[in-house]
Design a binder for this molecule. Structure first.
Ligand code: AMP
Length: 282
């Protein structure tokens, strides 16, 4: 496995890399969710193609300095995990090599990022789009693989590719969960034992509410089930159209019931997909 720590080094390595190139953008601190994306990338690239995993804790997508400072960065074990998965190139740049101190150009998304996580995390998705565009340009990848866990991010990246005519195909993988249903996340390790034991209620609340008939019942029931916890504080709970991500008032089209929940200062997200007939998936 080759390791590049600057964009120039990555481009140099890529001069002789076999195509196709499949990119998995990450912020590191790998768990089985990330590994599933690497496996999918290899499936797409084939045995002879090139799988690139980027490991970069992107400062411009954090709205809270404490969250950025607390983000885990186990670089050695991450590189070992890439190696073990047969990744061809790990791209692990410093923030100083990705961003000029006087950088003044940013990608802005103006619709899908207004609600859900974007409502309280100002500038987050602009930071995500900016770094993902840079990673697409630096890697020249034909395909990039993202997790469905971050479904708003996935929808926004697909929109960016569409609106900016980017020559990259976006592929996605289902959310990988702990045996008790909690969506795997690098942030789970920051939960206290009591918070960790309580956190599967998020998924249970969403699944139970998804069986109800009306939008109002769904929202009231899910919120009550989450807030019954002495540890959990709902940041948002929304039922949105699966495509436009805009809030809905009746169940006529595929929808997503999504939430972000604070356990102390740890923010966890999860969602379920709902069909108009009332069944939940994902
Ligand atoms: P992150 O490093 O957390 O920014 O995530 C990097 C990629 O891994 C994103 O495309 C995420 O959606 C994906 N990812 C994170 N957690 C999971 C999970 N539990 N299952 C599947 N994909 C995930």
């Amino acid at each position: 496995m080759k390791i590049a720590d600057t964009g120039c080094a990555l481009r140099e390595i890529l001069k002789t890399a076999p195509r196709p190139c499949v990119l998995v953008p990450t912020m590191g601190a790998f768990h089985p969710g990330h590994i599933s994306l690497m496996l999918r990338a290899r499936e797409i690239a084939g045995p002879l193609g090139t799988v690139i995993v980027s490991i970069f804790v992107n400062p411009i997508q954090f709205d809270r300095a404490a969250d950025l400072a607390a983000y885990p960065r186990p670089m050695e074990s991450d590189l070992a995990a890439c190696e073990a998965q047969g990744v061809d190139i790990a791209f692990a740049p410093d923030a100083s090599s990705m961003y000029f101190p006087d950088r003044s150009i940013t990608v802005t998304e103006n619709l899908l990022s207004r609600g859900l996580c974007g409502a309280t995390r100002h500038g987050h998705f602009d930071g995500v789009c900016t770094v993902v565009l840079k990673l697409f340009l630096l890697s020249g990848c034909e395909v990039a693989v993202f997790g469905e866990k971050d479904f708003q991010q996935l929808a926004i990246i697909r929109r960016m590719v569409r609106d900016l005519d980017l020559p990259v195909e976006i592929d996605s993988c289902p959310t990988v969960r702990e045996p008790d249903g909690l969506a795997m996340s690098s942030r789970n390790t920051r939960l206290s034992p009591e918070q960790r034991a309580d956190a599967p209620r998020i998924r249970q609340a969403l699944l139970a509410a998804a069986t109800l008939a009306s939008v109002e019942e769904i929202l009231i029931s899910a919120r009550a089930a989450i807030e019954f916890s002495p540890f959990a504080r709902v940041d948002y709970l929304s039922l949105v159209d699966a495509e436009s991500l805009q809030a809905i008032s009746c169940m006529e089209r595929p929808a997503i019931l999504a939430t972000a929940v604070f356990y102390g200062d740890v923010r966890l997200i999860d969602h379920v997909a709902l069909s108009p007939l009332g069944s939940a998936s994902a």
